[in-house]
Design a binder for this molecule. Sequence first.
Ligand code: AKG
Ligand code: FE2
Length: 218
Amino acid sequence: MTLLPPLGNGLDAMAITDHILSQGQVQKIPGGKLTLFVRRAFLPPALCAELVARIDAVRRPSTLADGNGHAAYRTSETGDLAADDPVVQETEARIAALTGLDGVYGEPLQGQRYAVGQEFKGHTDYFEPDGLDFDRYCGVAGNRTWTVMVYLNEPEAGGATRFKAIDKIIQPETGKLVCWNNRRPDGTLNPATLHQGMKVRTGVKYVITKWFRERPWG
Ligand SMILES: O=C(O)CCC(=O)C(=O)O
Ligand SMILES: [Fe+2]
């Protein structure tokens, strides 16, 4: 892994795309509608297990609306991971090194746990600019730019992530990273990033998610 300085907030999409592709072992998902990458075995299994334990320690039902009216859409449990935890810092450093996205623009690393029957219905990760509460969620740091997600385990059945617009289904695998630009190359919000976390059928599913913003988070 090459350690290069962070490149920014992701609005310069080509800089981030070039950086990710320069890291090797990354697959760019074909199709012009959105910029989506997969990197298998990104996190080692031991680090994934440490993160699972952290998620279990902080998780709570994610029943609150998140600004896009997602209340009933997300039935998993969720929780922010502690930024001063060395395991979290190691994970953040690896994400920065792979993507070139600067942690200054990142929301706190978040964990999700899905039990059998739980899901995250179709949604985009960016906030609708004309939506209720847009200012509350985006007033300080701006809207989301890139999403980085890592599966921490493999449920026995179900739990894939589906991108409907490009007819792509990504199966959970321990340590597999998925990341995408929530915008088109010109910076406008991209509805083709619509995706869902499909229902877990057997077992349990753990993921971490890191969202980046236009302006510094904290
Ligand atoms: O769990 C998944 O597969 C998708 C999660 C997701 O879309 C999100 O947390 O925004
Ligand atoms: Fe999402």
